[in-house]
Design a protein around this ligand. Structure first.
Ligand code: FES
Length: 107
């Protein structure tokens, strides 16, 4: 099963098996990863699942749609070029080993 490594704002890494098809946000909720509240339940309406994706695998994620870009613009912590909403990233075998960094604040 592919894995995702979630890195907390203080640098603590946690590697989790995530089934293909599940969003990175949902896997974080299922495993009680702190810092990704995902308040809208994955409907791209809250930006509380903002993450920074480590660049080596960023290009393998389909580009953000307009609604994701719009929500990122109101994220609590300033978005950067590797910012994504984790509810919009569906796990695939191609993303095995992806590392995402959790912002210090989501609200
Ligand atoms: S969970 Fe709300 S935008 Fe991702």
């Amino acid at each position: 099963m592919p894995t995702v490594t979630y890195v907390s704002p203080s640098g603590i890494a946690r590697k989790i098996d995530v089934p293909s098809g599940m969003s990175i946000m949902q896997a974080a909720l299922n495993h009680r990863v702190e810092g990704i509240p995902g308040e809208c339940g994955g409907n791209c309406m809250c930006a509380t699942c903002h993450v920074y994706v480590d660049s080596p695998l960023l290009h393998r994620i389909p580009p953000a749609q307009n609604n994701e870009k719009s929500m990122l613009s109101i994220a609590a912590e300033s978005p950067t070029t590797n910012s994504r909403l984790s509810c919009q990233i569906k796990m695939t075998e191609e993303l095995d080993g992806i590392v995402i960094r959790i912002p210090a604040k989501q609200r």
